[in-house]
Design a protein around this ligand. Structure first.
Ligand SMILES: N[C@@H](CCC[C@H](N)C(=O)O)C(=O)O
Length: 303
């Protein structure tokens, strides 16, 4: 079967300037190749974005909607904290979200999304996974410099390094090194963090598959949990929630950890444009829109 000759609808959105191309593919008809994703995300010759959010309806699996998230280089990631808010905003705007509480399936499991009265969106991000103890478990390097860092799993991997100044990380044009490399067999996101005040942090992030971005929601969660442990806070042990404000280059996020271990992420999500993609342009990326793939089953490694 051939590729699509029809214009392909898309939207563009962002959460604290972590920006995404949204492809509504409600009936799961598109097979997006990595080359097609990279072409869409190209900021000079494409639409431009840190990643792609393909919106797919599914049957079963604890949620009506599956977020098929891809990084700008076409690689697949398990989870995206800013992306899931933008995904939910699309569903709300399209009249596809029922009520104020929306489950969304991701490769990291189902995440519950809540629409707040002030327009922000809160996501239940699940528990953070991190090695026991207060100390660092990995080392992050940039050029000649290195920092002890914490490995934190938010469904996707993170290495969190506390630094004196955010500029210490340099221009971040290439991925920082991380040791031991076996900790991250599929690569990792790396956060550089400073304190701005009590329970107030700021970060820069180099994202796996996307480079330095203006924000990372899972990264903000990883940073919050690493900071809480550093500060002697462990809600599961203390029985008291902990909450931090996390500034990112593109805005501000709020992250809390409850005594049951659940981490919540709150922040904005904005749709800025919508249009159609010329299928001939996209097809130059090598049969990216293969409509022969028609399936009710969501392949979580579709691509
Ligand atoms: N920007 C996202 C994270 C996207 C995935 C990440 N690059 C990875 O490969 O794990 C966020 O807001 O969480």
């Amino acid at each position: 079967m051939g590729t699509s000759e029809q214009p392909v609808p898309f939207l563009k959105g962002h959460g604290t300037e972590n920006d995404f191309v949204i492809i509504p593919d409600l009936d799961d008809r598109l097979s997006l190749s990595p080359a097609a994703v990279a072409r869409l995300c190209d900021r000079w010759s494409g639409i431009g974005g840190d990643g792609v959010l393909r919106v797919v309806r599914q049957s079963g699996g604890g949620a009506e909607w599956f977020m098929d998230y891809r990084n700008a280089d076409g690689s697949i990631a398990e989870m995206c904290g800013n992306g899931v808010r933008v995904f939910a905003r699309y569903l709300q705007r399209a009249g596809l979200a029922k009520g104020d509480d929306l489950p969304v399936a991701t490769r990291a499991g189902v995440r519950r999304v809540r629409f707040e009265d002030d327009g922000d969106i809160t996501v239940g991000m699940g528990p953070a996974g991190l090695p026991a103890g207060p100390g660092p478990s990995v080392t992050v390097t940039v050029g000649e410099r290195s920092w002890p860092a914490r490995h934190v799993d938010m469904g996707n991997p993170h290495a969190v390094a506390f630094v004196d100044r955010l500029s210490d990380a340099g221009p971040l044009l290439t991925a920082p090194g991380v040791r031991p490399s076996e900790t991250y067999p599929r690569g990792t996101n790396v956060e550089f963090v400073v304190d701005r005040g009590p329970r107030h942090l700021a970060l820069r992030v180099h994202e796996r598959g996307s480079g330095e971005t203006r924000s990372c929601g899972t990264g903000a969660c990883a940073v919050m949990v690493a900071a809480a442990r550093r500060d002697g806070l462990d809600p599961a042990a203390d029985g008291r929630a902990a909450a931090y404000t996390v500034d990112v280059p593109g805005g501000r996020l709020h992250v809390a950890e409850a005594p049951d271990g659940t981490v919540t992420l709150t922040g904005p999500a904005v749709i800025v444009a919508e249009g159609t993609i010329d299928p001939h342009w996209l097809n130059l990326a090598g049969h990216p829109m293969d409509f022969s793939h028609v399936s009710q089953n969501i392949s979580h490694s579709n691509g």
